[in-house]
Design a protein around this ligand. Sequence first.
Ligand code: ADP
Ligand code: MG
Length: 701
Amino acid sequence: MYNLLDQHIQYLPSVGPSRALTLAAELDIRNVRDLLFYFPYRYIDRSTIYTVNQLREDMPYVQLRGRISDISELGVGRSRRLEANFADDTGIVRLVWFAGISYLKKTLRKEADYLLLGKPVLFNTAFSISHPELELITSESVQSEMLGLHPVYHTTEKMKRQNLTSRFIEKLVVEVFRQLGTQRVADTLSDELRLQYQLLPLHDALQRIHLPANMQEVPMAQYRHKFEELFFLQLGILSFARKREGKYRGFIFNKVGRLFHRFYNDILPFQLTDAQKRVMQEIRNDLVSGRQMNRLLQGDVGSGKTIVAIMTMLLAIDNGYQACLMAPTEILAEQHYVSVSRIMGQLGLHVELLTGIVKGKRREAILNALQGGEINVLVGTHALIEAPVRFRNLGCAVIDEQHRFGVEQRAKLWRKNTNPPHILVMTATPIPRTLAMTVYGDLDISIINQLPPGRKPIKTVHLYEERNESLVQLIRHEVNAGHQAYVVYPLIKESEKSDLRDLEQGFDTMCATFPDLRIGKLHGKMKDKDKNEIMQLFLSHQLDILVSTTVIEVGVDVPNASVMAIVNADRFGLAQLHQLRGRVGRGAEQSYCALMTGMKMSDNTRKRMEIMVSTTDGFVIAEEDLRLRGPGDIEGTQQSGLFLNLKVASLTRDSEIMESARQAASNLLDADPDRHLPQNQPIWTRLAQLRKTNVDWSAIS
Ligand code: ADP
Ligand code: MG
């Protein structure tokens, strides 16, 4: 059957090949279906027509009716513009365009009647309107088609040049509904689902979101579209996860053997927290289930994730397998190597470190021993996932600080054995639940929501860079007490010279302020060898102050450090500030974090500093971060391999809809695992359509 929705957009009236190309390039609109799923972001009420003498400076978009005269082109190059007068019986406003000039020159008609929509701006004593929307009033009455409620669509500069305005899109949508006539857009959800979640039929929801009769119609339509968007997102994630479960059997680690018991009874230097115990139980359940574990372990900095990783790896070894631990930086890999081999060494196990700087004979020896099975645990950076690294029998892989690794890297680890190993990913960046359900939607989640006993909460202060005496005092006081301090500079791009200069200057200032102290400098442009040397000096307390960029951000553990000063703190995101702050407060002593900003700052900056000062709870900070910045900026979403391209739903505001949508998707997969039920066919068809354009889940399996 012929389906209008599949028709290419270029065949709609007045589109044609050239505009169709632009619509595809700018908005991903290729066929009529894409057009119908391109929603307005607001509506304007065009019931009122103002007159020029009624204009006030504080008016938003207004509508005028009048005639155009005195069209003239002015300026050259970037100031080239088209200007014209627009007059009604009460006065004149000036119109200005900076783009689409030649098109306008051809099409604007002098002395014809126009309906104008735009935002008036007062210049001296006269109003001007730039890039107004103009509509020629023809013989028919203005009333019906032009007045009333109208959708407003986002458009781009490039579109404007081809007169692809919001109004143009609106007309296309009207045309589509006209062509549909009595035919209704086929639904993408089953009646059952619509009934259960009280959703409008797709056809009505589309019509109402584009062309509502009144504003009361909009929320129900939006709800349907939000639900739909989140439902298909979750269906994609969950059906991928189910497919994976069906495809792979997990190694069964049913022995809690000699190594684990010896560690637990003789070596573990403290009591596990209740949260650590609970998480270990969740992991053990996975390991005996016969399914491959894919678990995300979330826990704030210092919550004790490493020990959980070590115990998990011991279970693998107890059951005759190898394990590996992957970290995002050389420094962190080395630290893990030190702590893992300290513990595992006592159990007579063989631990090796593999990073990019391990080369030649040494590397060859490690690779051979790994394949021979003599190495029990390999710790390293992403050097671990390179092709020549072959295990004899990898049973468990732990990935620390997941947000630095993408889904593809996880997938590469799977291929290190004929059956994929159990995977535990650990992150110290707490992720709001809605985001976790999406970015890590295919992982089971465990949370360590408790710090080991005896930790003193870090005291955080906000200081002005112009007045840094209190910072100087703080550092002096702490160093005198035998502690160490970090001073961190933002480096947005490691290549940016001005940032490095800030760091150098900061270093010089510190040296001048504290001539008697031992001060080191660390940044990403340094050679790995030099970086490690400085880090070792700081670790062994041969340095009092470390002036550095964010290379120290992730996971570095120097319990004796008690001051974290962050310069230009406004240039960091909340999550990153939280990470940095977590570098101190690792021992039993009181620690401090000083956030430095200029005295002049935006409201947003002030808000963010207040949040940091008021709480050390990573989950609260993560929620705030999501609220203030939106998900696009949250660290991890870009690298995660998922493109979070939500059009109507919001991760912050629509978490309840997300929960229902996830539940609905999960129920559907339970009820119709083989996708046979006839009433669900539209759902699978739509999922397939979306897959083609959006996320490629198959990359992982
Ligand atoms: P993170 O979760 O940030 O990776 P770590 O695993 O590095 O945290 O643990 C932080 C510190 O807390 C380490 O020095 C670790 O030995 C210690 N630690 C972990 N668990 C406990 C516990 N249950 N009781 C006391 N100290 C603990
Ligand atoms: Mg850690």
